[in-house]
Design a protein around this ligand. Structure first.
Ligand code: ADP
Ligand code: ADP
Length: 216
């Protein structure tokens, strides 16, 4: 199965992707996670991306498209994947169409997770991430079993620099201006499945499963 996961920052894409990957035996490809790993390793790409990421702006399309071109060829994606955080602009979507054509692959669905901005702000300001595996928690809605520690890897939880109010507001604006047009782009291809992203994590996952089971 090949899925694109669209939705504003904080909609729950990472949280839901984790479950989808386990149950459908596919791999999550998160451009945000890959960029953060590059930044932590101090690679060229990481250095180039840093200032954009800190302010909540998008990293330039050419860097992202090159990165995805390499990632999509990874043999561990053979059983399918979920693209989380990519594409984010129309040029990225067009580049992805080309790449998929080259690889002879087709998408099954573009899941759009819808959550209003006031809820996103509450989710993002109290989000915490594992330094080792990248799993996300919420101080109130989805806390770890032991404060400050990841349930899975025992890693330290930290707050992303861009999960502060100013970069969050920027990211929400960027989503509306640059990423929301993709809903129209994929609607024209009849690929969009919308999911209401407000409610219990389990409840939302049940709705996602109902959609994905159509494509098995
Ligand atoms: P995204 O990957 O879309 O940016 P995350 O999966 O990291 O979003 O979720 C953002 C924050 O909201 C995290 O702190 C997460 O624990 C929390 N969260 C995810 N789903 C829900 C939900 N249904 N209700 C409340 N909080 C949620
Ligand atoms: P979230 O979904 O919580 O906003 P991500 O982890 O997906 O965050 O992205 C974090 C940052 O990484 C973005 O604000 C942006 O700077 C950069 N980024 C991630 N994916 C892309 C992309 N496809 N195009 C451009 N920039 C990206």
């Amino acid at each position: 199965m090949r899925i694109i996961f669209l939705g504003p920052p904080g909609a729950g894409k990472g949280t839901q992707s984790e479950r989808i990957c386990k149950d459908y035996n596919i791999v999550q490809l998160s451009t945000g996670d890959i960029l953060r790993a590059n930044r932590n390793l101090g690679t060229d790409l990481g250095k180039k991306a840093q200032s954009y990421m800190d302010s909540g702006a998008l990293v330039p399309d050419d860097l992202i498209i090159e990165m995805i071109r390499v990632e999509l060829k990874n043999p561990n994606l053979a059983n399918g994947y979920i693209l989380d955080g990519f594409p984010r602009t129309v040029p990225q979507a067009e580049a992805l169409d080309k790449l998929l054509q080259e690889l002879g692959q087709e998408l099954d669905t573009v899941l759009v997770l819808e959550v209003p901005n006031e809820e996103l702000l509450k989710r993002l300001t109290a989000r915490r991430i594992c330094r080792i595996c990248g799993k996300s928690y919420h101080l109130i809605y989805n806390p770890p079993k032991i404060e400050g520690t990841c349930d899975v890897e025992g890693g330290e939880l930290y707050q992303r620099d861009d999960d502060k109010e100013e970069p969050i507001m920027n990211r929400l604006k960027v989503y509306e201006a640059q990423t929301m047009p993709l809903i129209e782009y994929y609607s024209k291809k009849n690929l969009v499945d919308k999911i209401n992203g407000v409610g219990e994590i389990d409840f939302i996952y049940n709705q996602i499963q109902a959609v994905l089971n159509k494509y098995i």
